[in-house]
Ligand binder design. Sequence first.
Ligand code: ZN
Length: 366
Amino acid sequence: MTTPDTAAPEYRVLARKYRPQTFADMIGQEALVRTLTNAIQSGRLAHAFMLTGVRGVGKTTSARIVARALNCIGADGTGGPTPEPCGVCDPCKAIAADRHPDVIEMDAASRTGVDDIREIIDGVRYKPISARYKIYIIDEVHMLSKNAFNALLKTLEEPPDHTKFLFATTEIRKVPITVLSRCQRFDLRRIEPEVLAAHFIHIADLEKVVLTPEAAALIGRAADGSARDGMSLLDQAIALSSGGTVEAETVRGMLGLADRLTVYDLFGKVMAGQIADALALYEDMHRAGADPSQVVQDLLGLCHGVTRLKVAPGALESAAETERRAASDLAGSLSVATLTRAWQILLKGAQEVHAAPDPRAAWKWC
Ligand SMILES: [Zn+2]
C-alpha cells in the first residue's frame, strides 16, 4: 500500500504499517484480486470462501479486505459493496482497527473445540448489529476438531443471507471435503521474488531509506514468496544499516546466506573430487569461526536435501530460492547411489569429528 498510517507514534513493524487495505494494494495475487473484484461488482459472492497458501502470502489480509469491501458505506454513507473500500467510513475504519462487532475473527489454532464453533454458530442466527454483513474470519481452519467441523458444516449447508464465512488455511488437505465443497476456493500463490523486490524498494523509499537493487533481490528471494516474511527481513536490514542505505553486504551477513551457500560450494567441491580446493575452503570457513561438527551437520542436512530433491522434485519448497537453486544444481549432477555413499561417509565423519581430540583434523579425514 502507499498510504502509511502515521497516526500512531510508537514504532510499528513494516508488515503492519504497510498492510494492504484495498485489493489494489495487494501484490502478486492478480487472479484472486480479479475474481473477487468481479464477484463483488456483480453481487455474486459465495457464502463461504477458502483462502489457501503458504504463510505470509496475504490470506487474512485478503479476508479483511473482503470484509471491508462488503461493508463499506462510502465516505458519504450511502455506498454499497465495492471492490475499492473507501477506508474512511465507520465500517472501514472499525474493521481496519479490529473493532467491528460484526466482523468476528478467530484463530482456529488456539480455539479448535466444538464449543468455540457453537459459540459462532449461535451468533450466526442473529442479524448484524450495524454492518451489511456479518463476517466470520477463521484462520488456520484446518486445526478445527472433527466435531467442530461437523457443527460448522450444518451452518454452511444453510447459511443466512447476511452472513459470510472467510476461511484461511496453510494446509488445505486437512480440511474435510464436505466443508471444501461448500466454499469458493482461492489459492494464493507464492509471490515472485522480483515482485517482492520491487515492492520492498518502494516501501524502503516511503521509509526514506535507500535499498540497493541487489539488496532488494536478496531479500526478495529469502522471503520465499511471503510478503510478510520479506517485510520482517527488511525491518531487520534497515535496523542494521547506517546512513540510510541498505547494502547487499549487510543483507547477506544478516541472512547467513554466505555461510549456507559456502557449505553448498564445499559439498560440490568434495563431490567433484577437488580435494585441495575443498580443504582450502574448509580452512577459510574454520578461520571465519565455523565449528567443525556444525559443518559436518550442515553437509549431512544438505546431502539429505539434495537426495530428497532427486526423488521428489517438489521437495525443499520451504528453502530459500538461492538454496533451492544450489541444491537442484547438485541434484542434477549426482546420482542417488553417490549421494547415499556420501551420506554414509558423512555420518561416520560426524561421529569421528565428535569423538576426536582435534575435531578440525578429524574433519579432514572424513
Ligand atoms: Zn468504507
